[in-house]
Design a binder for this molecule. Structure first.
Ligand code: HEC
Length: 123
């Protein structure tokens, strides 16, 4: 009798676990799905990504490998030579950035691509 009760509870817990892991997964999808890449601006969109993920090692005063990305002009140098997109998209032939940290989100990388395709405007 006691054993039957045990299996009933076991089933309840397993079903609850399945239910919660599924609802968590769909929440995550909802959060990451919308990514607006229209009309990307340097100050509003690109600068926060670079400040958060790159300035620790590439600002004025922390020029790792001689590279500062602080301000539009310096970032633009790395845009024009192809390295900015190369390193963040982990393209072959570039050292992946951020250095020894997880890759940027797809949304951030898509924003960077859209901005560069639009001519990397200083806006
Ligand atoms: C934890 C420190 C660190 C962070 C954060 C970091 N970098 Fe770097 N970066 C390095 C180091 C170290 C190198 C030199 C790596 C090498 O050549 O082996 C480098 C090199 C580079 C280069 C030159 C790569 C080449 O192939 O010539 C670029 C461009 C660059 N980083 C851009 C970025 C960008 C953009 C970000 C943010 C998305 C970033 N880095 C974040 C440490 C960092």
């Amino acid at each position: 009798m006691k054993f039957k009760l045990f299996y009933v509870w076991l089933t309840v817990f397993v079903l609850a676990g399945v239910f919660f892991s599924c609802s968590k997964a769909s929440e995550d999808e909802f959060e990451t799905a919308p990514c607006n890449t229209d009309n990307i601006k340097y100050v509003a969109d690109i600068l926060p990504i670079v400040t958060t993920n790159c300035y620790a090692c590439h600002s004025d005063g922390t020029e790792t490998n001689g590279i500062s990305l602080e301000g539009y002009q310096k970032l633009k140098i790395q845009v024009d030579n192809g390295k900015f997109l190369g390193v963040v998209s982990h393209a072959a032939g570039y050292t992946p950035m951020p250095y020894s940290a997880p890759k940027l989100s797809n949304c951030d990388i898509n924003k960077i691509k859209a901005w560069i395709e639009a001519g990397a405007p200083d806006n």
